[in-house]
Write a protein of this length. Structure first.
Length: 119
């Protein structure tokens, strides 16, 4: 069993969640807990950095779907960045690029949040 780690970084009104390892039915609750904590702390500008995410299952994807509505209701968004082609393919297969903004790197996503904050 590959381990799964979540690291949260906050700065400039944006919270970044770094995912590492395998996100599946066994580890999805860890991501749920992280999202719930952000909502409880009223942090709605979220970037999920997938640089070290080696695998995601439908259970993992379900977590994103479970929280996106609450985040957007509060004028925020969940943006995704740094996906490997393998992980991107799973998101793409399920139509996620239509629902979520996916960026090559984290900095691009940060710039988008800042542009929205100014407008």
């Amino acid at each position: 069993m590959s381990e799964f780690k979540i690291n949260q970084r906050d700065g400039e009104g944006i919270s970044v969640i770094d995912l590492k390892g395998y996100l599946d039915a066994h580890t999805a609750t860890d991501l749920e807990t992280a999202f719930q904590k952000l909502l409880n702390d009223k942090k709605y500008n979220i970037i999920v950095n997938c640089r070290d995410l080696s695998y995601i299952s439908s259970a993992g994807l379900g977590v994103f779907m479970a929280y996106i509505e609450d985040v957007r209701k509060n004028n925020g968004d969940i943006k995704l960045s740094n996906m490997s082609p393998k992980v991107y393919n799973v998101f793409d297969l399920l139509g996620f690029p239509i629902l979520y903004e996916i960026y090559k790197d984290e900095q691009e996503a940060i710039v988008k949040f800042k542009a929205k904050a100014k407008s």
